[in-house]
Write a protein that binds this ligand. Structure first.
Ligand SMILES: CC(=O)N[C@H]1[C@@H](OP(=O)(O)OP(=O)(O)OC[C@H]2O[C@@H](n3ccc(=O)[nH]c3=O)[C@H](O)[C@@H]2O)O[C@H](CO)[C@@H](O)[C@@H]1O
Length: 365
């Protein structure tokens, strides 16, 4: 079977696509990825050994502008282009992960009568996936409560597809010796001491200016309790307060193999993108989440069950200040408390959704 998989923009969309593509390939199917030349997919897809069919980026304007006027023409161009690909490559199914790359793929599939399968990462669905769900044969949800249904097909809660490297680390972290080995290797790489607590700070695949600035301002306080690995996001090193970097506070712009950063993290401070939340739950790493306040407010919902169970601490973007770091994060840097939170996460049973999404694709033929 040949599957066209559409995902673009951020790693939040691209990583679940790569994880599912890997699972489909293991089952003997062929996968062709569709994305832009400008999103993270342009790097991540070839690095995963997958072919990327590039389409033009179609900016979705938030207010009336020239982009709005040009939207129908641009969209039609991409749809026509993809209809040609579906025919020429004899594609059997289109699998989309939302975002602006998926919309033209869903439309092209409808016109060519090719089955569509939609994977929604977030607790609250985005526009492209709402569109695709209207004619999808299958909808795969990360969260049970997500209000999205295949109008004339199967809707299933699959969980989020996670990269094989994340599942491997999740296994390793359940074994004391292997966990220690992974920790030592990763600590050496980032220049940190494996015998002391380490806080991983990351705003997700594109970084978060507010987290960068505020957390680095509280760097001294944190550093008297733990070491820090701060992943700023590309081009965002300038957000960091002067004089922060040191032996106990390491800065990196981007980590392409996040499992190495997770291997040393006792606590993570992050946004609440669907990918980060699912990975941390599967790995059993407690977090402090500062959800992105814009968009459809979905980030808080992504983390809600982990917050409600007491595994994650929530701080709103407005309340995230150096003082909040001192009063809410420092008290968490306690081995017994972190272990308690890890147990809650592991008991919640969040696993890898890649195989369940691949099943749905096969059943949608
Ligand atoms: C600003 C924005 O649009 N955010 C959205 C985006 O987030 P974003 O792309 O940040 O996505 P997620 O939090 O879902 O996932 C981040 C992914 O990037 C990886 N990673 C992160 C940092 C790094 O240095 N290296 C790295 O590889 C993580 O391992 C993870 O797989 O897509 C998510 C999934 O639809 C949404 O929930 C988010 O609301």
């Amino acid at each position: 079977m040949k599957v066209l998989a559409a995902a673009g923009g951020t790693a939040g969309h691209v990583n679940p696509m790569l994880a599912t593509a890997d699972q489909l390939a293991r089952r003997g199917h062929e996968v062709l990825a569709v994305g832009t030349r400008t999103g993270l997919e342009a790097e991540l897809v070839p690095a995963a050994g997958l072919e990327l069919y590039p389409i033009a980026r179609i900016p979705l304007p938030r207010k009336p502008s020239g982009d709005l006027f040009r939207l129908p023409g641009r969209l039609k161009g991409a749809v026509d282009d993809l209809r040609g690909v579906l025919r020429d490559r004899s594609i059997d199914a289109v699998l989309g992960f939302g975002g602006y790359v998926s919309a033209p793929a869903y439309l092209a599939a409808r016109q060519e009568n090719v089955p569509v399968i939609v994977q929604e990462q977030n607790a609250r669905p985005g526009i492209a996936n709402k569109l695709g769900a209207r004619w999808a044969k299958g909808v795969a949800l990360t969260f049970e409560q997500t209000p999205l249904k295949a109008k004339n097909g199967m809707t299933r809660v699959t969980g989020l597809p996670l990269r094989a490297e994340i599942s491997k680390l999740a296994d390793d972290l359940r074994d004391e010796k292997r966990a220690r080995f992974r920790r030592e290797v990763a600590a050496a790489r980032f220049g940190l001491n494996p015998d002391e607590s380490i806080v991983l700070v990351t705003g997700g695949s594109s970084g978060a200016q507010r987290i960068n600035t505020v957390f680095s301002q509280a760097g001294n306080v944190i550093n008297s309790h733990a070491q820090v690995l701060h992943v700023t996001g590309k081009g965002k090193l300038t957000d960091i307060a002067d004089g922060t970097e040191g032996e106990r506070y390491r800065l990196v712009e981007y980590v392409s193999d996040m499992e190495e950063a997770y291997a040393i993290a006792d606590l993570v401070v992050t946004r609440a993108g669907a990918g980060m939340v699912a990975e941390l739950a599967a790995l059993g790493i407690p977090a402090v989440v500062v959800p992105l306040p814009i968009g459809n407010g979905e980030q808080y919902l992504n983390a809600k069950s982990a917050i409600d169970s007491g595994a994650f601490t929530h701080i709103s973007n407005d309340e995230f200040s150096p003082e909040a770091v001192r009063s809410a994060i420092v008290p968490l840097l306690d081995t017994a408390e972190l272990r308690r939170r890890r147990e809650i996460l592991l008991a919640s049973g969040v696993g890898n959704g890649a195989s369940a999404v691949a099943d749905l694709v096969e059943e949608s033929m």
